[in-house]
Design a protein around this ligand. Structure first.
Ligand code: BGP
Length: 473
């Protein structure tokens, strides 16, 4: 492994920051996604958050309160030896309604202090500009990313943060898991559907708007600081054909393409032929401007980041299709060769090597694994200790496969940041009990707890992994 390999951890504002009404922050989509049975309908964009019962609990509003505890949390990351830390800015903390003439100074100052704290320990910040949050005012006024007006709002936001952090942040990621907008449109992109709307048309229009926004942000970033590294981000994990029936293989190829679509545009600069044909078939007509295509072509990303939790499996056989299981963003047919987490996410360490190779073969750009991990229920012993050997096992296997991709296959990999290095609110379920961290946070699903932090067994283990550059697993 390269000596400057960026070992670290990843989180996002919407799942850990809290402080939802402090520092002049405006409301964002994260603040209206409830816990419980209404969560999915809201995340899908099928249920209007304004119709939610008054006693709904919104776990993102306080989350793990990192807004107030970041110094303590960063000290713990530093103790583990983090070389980098991936986190996101809350858009509505900087532009409370998304359209102010000037950014909110309190918001910028908060992130400046946050970044200075990281730099104090020589931890390289990796900033996701938009991780599942849009200022709510933009949802109300424009229907969020349905409307290309959002491109200008997003670019103005980027302009403010690129200028302010010109000399402090090098690594930027434009949109977290950009492909999630096809699957959970409100969570991913603030989209709510109106009665009778053509959902596919709406989703691909929003995708186009985000893709143009991402390319314009990349252009601007390079104008402000040519050393900036601007990346895209994919919820990755290859689709395996359930059998070697050509129909299954073809189906897996097409499902992979649904994901690659976004990165094909961001990394190669144009809509792939298969997508243009799909638009024709589905009757999708995008509202575009001529210059969009030049902007996309001339401003491809510098590196490709992705999350990997599991591989996926697919078939056209209706009998097998019935046996599906959950997974990050997309459900999958159960792969009989794999075990799964308590949430049904299948565990496939070799899959991370396969995914790394597929992405590197396809794009030949540096890669960065910015999410990976096992969501699990941790048991706190009477003495306060937590023996999360299952987490260590999962990470160990994945790191080994990742190192093989680098050392044996020659993949150019910049870094590795396991997801939820400190316990945080789960994006899919809104639960606290689905934990990923090396650091435990005392809080339960209903929002009760002291928020106290403590080190799990995996904390020491990961510290050692970083110290030995992956030698001691
Ligand atoms: C990804 C998201 C993260 C994170 C992770 C784990 O989709 O980028 O925000 O939450 O998955 O998912 P979950 O929290 O649902 O276990």
């Amino acid at each position: 492994m390269r000596k400057d390999f960026l070992w670290g951890g990843a989180t996002a504002a919407n799942q850990c920051e809290g402080g939802f009404n402090e520092g002049n922050r405006g409301l964002g989509t994260v603040d209206v996604i409830p816990w419980g049975e209404n969560r999915f309908p809201v995340m899908l964009g099928d249920m209007d958050y304004k119709s939610l019962p008054e006693d709904s609990y919104f776990p993102g509003r306080e989350a793990i309160d990192m807004y107030h505890t970041y110094k303590e949390d960063i000290a713990l990351f530093a103790e583990m030896g983090f070389k980098c830390y991936r986190f996101s800015f809350s858009w509505s903390r900087i532009f409370p309604t998304g359209e102010e003439e000037r950014p909110n100074e309190e918001g910028l100052k908060f992130y400046e202090d946050f970044i200075d704290e990281l730099l104090k320990y020589n931890i390289e910040p990796v900033v996701t500009i938009c991780h599942f949050d849009v200022p709510l005012a933009l949802v109300e006024k424009y229907g969020s990313w349905k409307n290309r007006k959002l491109i200008d709002c997003y670019v103005a936001y980027c302009d403010a943060i690129f200028r302010r952090f010109k000399d402090k942040v090098k690594y930027w990621i434009t949109f977290n898991e950009i492909n999630i907008l096809l699957h959970l449109p409100f969570m991913g992109a603030g989209i709510q559907f109106k009665e009778g709307e053509n959902k596919t048309q709406v989703k691909y229009q929003a995708a186009h708007n985000e893709l143009v926004a991402s390319a314009r942000a990349t252009k601007l970033a390079h104008e402000i600081n040519p050393d900036f590294m601007v990346g895209c981000m994919l919820a990755a994990g290859n689709f395996y054909p359930y059998s070697c029936r050509p129909e299954d293989v073809f189906d897996a190829m097409n499902k992979d393409r649904d994901n690659y679509f976004f990165i094909d545009v961001q990394a190669r600069g144009e809509y792939p032929a298969y997508a243009r044909k799909m638009f024709e078939r589905e009757g999708i007509v995008l509202e575009t401007e001529e210059e969009d295509f030049t902007i996309l072509k001339e401003n491809t990303v510098d590196y490709i980041t992705f999350s990997y939790y599991s591989s996926r499996c697919t078939t056209t056989d209706p009998e097998v299709l019935g046996k599906s299981t959950a997974g990050n963003v997309m459900s999958s047919v159960k792969n009989p060769y794999l075990k799964a987490s308590e949430w049904g996410w299948q565990i496939d360490p070799l899959g991370i090597r396969i995914t790394l190779n597929s992405l590197y073969d396809r794009y030949q750009k540096p890669l960065f694994i910015v999410e990976n991990g096992l969501g699990a229920i941790d048991k706190v012993e009477a003495d306060g200790s937590i023996s999360d050997d299952y987490r260590i096992d999962y990470l160990k296997e994945h790191i080994l496969a990742m190192m093989d991709a680098v050392d044996e296959d020659g993949v150019d990999l910049l870094g590795y940041t396991p997801w939820g290095c400190i316990d945080l609110v789960s994006a899919s379920t809104g639960e606290m009990s689905k934990r990923y961290g090396f650091i435990y946070v005392d809080k339960d699903d209903a929002g009760k707890g002291s928020l106290k932090r403590s080190r799990k067994k995996s904390f020491e283990w990961y510290k050692n992994v970083i110290e030995t550059n992956g030698e001691a697993l």
